[in-house]
Design a protein around this ligand. Structure first.
Ligand code: FAD
Ligand code: A2P
Length: 403
């Protein structure tokens, strides 16, 4: 008898090759070559961990297949588009109608679905412009936001969309395609950058948005490299035109209901979405909608912290700021998780507050330390983090975007 199963597949037309799924998959079922990201049918157990973090939804695809005719990795690596769906009747040809119906039911059983945004988030637009049909934006500003003697060159870049509709929400990302081609003559793959401005733009009334881009000069292991897209962006000057795709991201979005709070934890350019959300709230401060903002922000030193000057000028009634510096001479090394522990009473209150939404963005390495800090804080308050975390996720209250 034919056994009909769901095969998890990635749509190569929508996939932006950001590697998020491969990094997220806990059992290494996802891999890639220079062309496609693919899911190994033999390994994938449909845990769905990869679905939420995928910024485009390309990962959220499947086909019903006969178990012994699942698409191989070699086949998937050649695809430019997903194969057309085959009906259960065709797949299970030769079975009785009752059997086909039963198989269809099994194959279409609920799989959990993608992570969802806060219930009061605005509806995001995604995939308005694909890598195949990008739009153009014009640079209307590019200035350094780390100190001039700082090791890291982080830039605040403003892109103007003129009369092109490019609606974004705080927490979404856009894709940038660096000009030129790779060694094999193919267009460079796009890179993702979080939007750093609120939905009404860097400057309200203008059709623009801003990005926070770090010039990559060394890889994650500290070896010297020249990051292609980040260097391209950091070197742009006013008037330059940039190829843009997106927007992307459907779950790392902010709540909009009065009384909702944000607990934001970031390092480096992970501050971009936090800036967008904070600025959204700052512009609406006069409405007095309640809810509090608490920020934990990690950097090597004050001069390395993007937007340091602006951050210190924010009204205290808007945001509770906690900075962790790791490389200040004669001071102990501090990470965001250390500051979180110091503020355990307030953090625990926010974790337990059903109107508080938690956001982590920045260095991948931070995830573990923050998780351990939350676990310890919960334990000291008689709560079990391993029980609380799935509840936070189920209520769309815990959002992570690390790269
Ligand atoms: P590449 O030429 O692609 O890589 C060069 C080398 O550097 C490679 O060895 C690579 O492994 C390593 N490398 C890649 N990225 C980094 C990094 N960040 N630090 C150190 N080494 C690196 N970047 C921002 O600056 N601002 C953002 O707001 C931002 N938002 C993002 C949001 C999402 C959802 C994701 C997935 C990524 C985001 N990034 C952001 C990272 C960005 O997409 C690029 O990966 C980054 O700019 C490096 O691209 P590149 O072309 O310069 O380097
Ligand atoms: P460190 O001094 O150990 O590199 P970067 O400047 O590389 O973007 O990093 C931003 C901040 O994040 C730095 O202070 C860095 O400290 C810190 N950091 C590095 N690893 C971790 C980690 N595992 N958890 C939390 N913070 C980290």
């Amino acid at each position: 008898m034919t056994e009909l199963v769901r095969q998890h597949l990635i749509d190569p037309e929508i996939c932006i090759r950001c590697n998020t799924c491969e990094e997220t998959c806990p059992i290494d079922a996802i891999s890639h070559d220079a062309r496609n990201y693919v899911v190994n049918f033999e390994i994938c157990n449909w845990c769905n961990d990869c679905i939420g973090p995928c910024p485009t939804g390309a990962i959220d695809n499947y086909r019903n297949v006969a178990r012994d005719r699942a698409y191989s990795l070699a086949e998937q690596l050649t695809w430019d588009t997903l194969p057309a769906p085959v009906s259960a009747q065709e797949t299970a040809a030769g079975e009785t109608p009752a059997e086909v119906s039963r198989l269809t039911e099994i194959a279409q059983a609920g799989q959990g679905g993608p992570a969802t945004p806060p219930w009061s988030a605005a509806h995001p637009y995604i995939n308005l412009f694909s890598p195949q049909q990008p739009t153009f934006a014009t640079v209307s500003g590019n200035h350094r936001i780390t100190a001039h003697d700082a090791a890291s060159d982080i830039r605040h870049i403003v892109l103007d969309f003129s009369s092109i509709a490019f609606p974004v929400l705080e927490g979404q990302s856009i894709g940038i395609i660096p000009p030129g081609t790779d060694e094999s003559g193919r267009a460079h793959t796009m890179r993702l950058y979080s939007v750093a401005s609120p939905r009404d733009g860097e400057r309200p009334g203008y059709n623009n948005l801003s990005l926070t881009v770090k010039r990559v000069t060394e890889d994650h292991e500290g070896r010297p490299v020249r990051g292609l897209c980040s260097n391209y962006l950091c070197d742009l000057t006013k008037g330059d035109r940039v190829q843009v795709c997106g927007p992307y991201g459907t779950s790392f979005l902010m709540p909009n209901h009065p009384g909702s709070s944000l607990l934001m934890i970031c390092t480096g350019t992970g501050s971009a979405p936090m800036r967008a959300m904070t600025e959204r709230r700052r512009r609406r401060l006069a409405r007095d909608e309640g809810g509090r903002l608490m920020l934990f922000f990690g950097a090597r030193a004050a001069g390395e912290l993007p937007y340091f000057g602006n951050l210190t000028k924010l009204p205290r009634e808007l945001i509770d700021i906690n900075l962790a510096f790791s490389r200040v001479p004669d001071q102990p090394k501090q990470y965001v998780q250390d500051k979180i522990r110091e503020r355990h009473e307030d953090v625990f209150r926010m974790l337990k507050d059903e109107n508080c939404y938690i956001y982590l963005c920045g260095l991948k390495g931070m995830e573990r330390g923050v998780d351990e800090a939350f676990r310890d804080i919960c334990r000291s308050h008689g709560e079990d983090w391993q029980t609380l975390l799935p509840q936070l996720k189920a209520h769309s209250r815990y959002h992570v975007e690390t790269y």
